[in-house]
Design a protein around this ligand. Structure first.
Ligand SMILES: Nc1ncnc2c1ncn2[C@@H]1O[C@H](COP(=O)(O)OP(=O)(O)OP(=O)(O)O)[C@@H](O)[C@H]1O
Ligand SMILES: Nc1nc2c(ncn2[C@@H]2O[C@H](COP(=O)(O)O)[C@@H](O)[C@H]2O)c(=O)[nH]1
Length: 423
């Protein structure tokens, strides 16, 4: 890594020359960066419209992040200028990106992440990460064979972790999750999976599953839209990143009902979750429940039972599941599930206090040493009298693309009035 530069609200194209000159000036005395672009290279940059743009150098590459809001149309682009080939590369962009960028500042962190702070946005929506050289991105580059960058939304403090529930078909996962949703509709949200299997009689598209064509799902998987996917009982099932984001954005704790292969993939991902395996009191009881449900043909029942044996075996893998719940009597199993979830819901003071400052508008950012960044805020967004400073601490980040980056610390250095009390 050579270094970083920050440009915010820079009108595009015409100022490119200035921008890249500045990059060179800033690196005087260091290894020559050679990022001054000739007119052809600038033209190939292909951005005629006005908007905001930042350029950050990481090794031999310059990452340009640009965005604009043009009436009803808004766009965000990431492109890479490769110093070695002296060409622009348009990477595969994974993760969930910000809805719009009216202006932003960028800072290179040590772990191959760019911290991107959106201006004129409330604090809860302003902190984003673009992973350009993180372990996740390096792995995806190998899989996809292209340049890859991945967006991730920043979360202040540590929100309660998502919950992954696995177990053999017919053990009662869906029954337990339904009870939880009914009792706590505002606390938990269900991650609606995609599947290529046909809907059952009472199943609704978009509610129980997103029922989809295999070819469409396979393309979405190739495009990096899925957190995990697996072939289960002969069909394709998967959790899209969006399915988890929708629940988390609504302020609820996300519950995933996925098979053991999926649980393994989520374990390997950056989604920091709690893993629960639901097991039957006996194999005979499992078979009884599956048959009594009456949703599968005899052939499918046989297949599901065969897979159940393998799943019961796999669940014993060390380090995969945090908790094993025996679903014998439904009511007592449900009580145990609730106890287990409550034990992980102890409030994080930082996450709690951050809720109070979410309305502050961000107007600027300055890098400080030791993982600290100053954020300029105003309570109203425009009133200078209410201007104040927050310190953003990125020393304890967890998670990351394609999910969220959690564990951001935010501390008040000034006062925004009532909204900042308690940080
Ligand atoms: N503790 C229990 N005792 C008796 N029956 C149960 C119990 N829990 C669930 N059931 C019944 O077992 C059947 C299977 O339950 P459910 O559909 O919730 O399983 P599942 O694990 O979600 O299965 P799948 O993985 O195939 O979706 C249902 O008919 C449900 O009513
Ligand atoms: N890996 C994933 N497994 C999933 C997902 N959604 C559901 N499932 C699992 O599939 C089986 C069968 O479900 P059914 O609805 O056909 O009975 C079950 O074990 C579910 O947990 C997913 O997104 N990914």
């Amino acid at each position: 890594m050579i270094g970083f530069l920050v440009f915010s609200n820079m009108p595009c194209f015409k100022k490119c020359a200035v921008m890249f000159d500045l990059l060179e000036i800033d690196h005087q005395g260091e290894e020559a960066p050679e990022y001054v672009l000739n007119s052809l290279e600038l033209a190939a940059c292909d951005s005629e419209s006005t908007g905001c743009r930042t350029a950050t150098i990481v090794g031999n590459k310059m990452y340009v992040v640009e965005g604009s809001e043009d009436g009803s149309k808004s766009w965000i682009n990431v492109k890479i200028f490769d110093k070695l080939t002296r060409s622009w590369v348009f990477p595969t962009v994974l993760g969930i990106k910000p809805v719009q960028l009216k202006g932003h500042s960028t800072l290179l962190l040590k772990n191959g992440q760019l911290l991107i702070v959106k201006m004129d946005s409330t604090l809860d929506g302003c902190i984003w990460f673009l992973e350009v050289d993180s372990p996740f991105v390096k792995e995806q580059k190998k899989i996809l064979g292209t340049e890859v960058v991945a967006w991730s939304k920043g979360v202040i403090g540590n929100a309660p972790k998502p919950i992954v529930i696995s177990g053999p078909s017919g053990v009662g996962k869906g029954t337990l999750i339904n009870k939880l949703m009914k009792e706590f509709p505002s606390r938990y949200g269900f991650s609606v999976s995609h599947t290529t299997r046909a809907p059952r009689e009472k199943e609704l598209d978009g509610v129980h599953y997103h029922f989809t064509e295999r070819s469409i799902m396979e393309k979405d998987i190739r495009d990096g839209k899925f957190l995990e996917f697996a072939s289960v009982h002969g069909n394709l099932y998967g959790t899209s990143i969006e399915a988890v984001e929708v629940v988390t954005d609504s302020g609820k704790r996300c519950i995933l009902d996925i098979d053991v292969q999926g649980a393994r993939s989520v374990r390997a991902s950056s989604l920091d979750a709690i893993f629960i395996f639901v097991t039957p009191p006996s194999f005979e009881e499992l078979e009884k429940r599956l048959r009594a449900r009456g949703t599968e043909t005899e052939e499918q029942v046989q297949k599901r039972l065969r897979n159940a044996r393998a799943e019961l075996d796999e669940a014993k893998s060390p380090g995969l599941f945090n908790h094993i719940l025996v679903n014998d009597d439904l009511e007592s199993c449900y009580e145990n599930l609730k106890k287990l979830l409550a034990s992980d819901e102890t409030a994080d003071p930082l996450y709690q206090s951050s809720v109070k400052i979410l309305k502050a508008h961000v107007s600027g950012m300055e890098s400080k040493a030791d993982h600290r960044t100053l954020i300029h805020c105003s309570a109203s967004g425009t009133n200078a009298a209410t201007h104040s400073l927050l310190m953003l601490d990125t020393s304890s980040l967890k998670g990351g693309a394609p999910g969220r980056t959690r564990g951001l610390g935010v501390y008040a250095l000034g006062s925004l009035g009532d909204g900042l009390n308690g940080i």
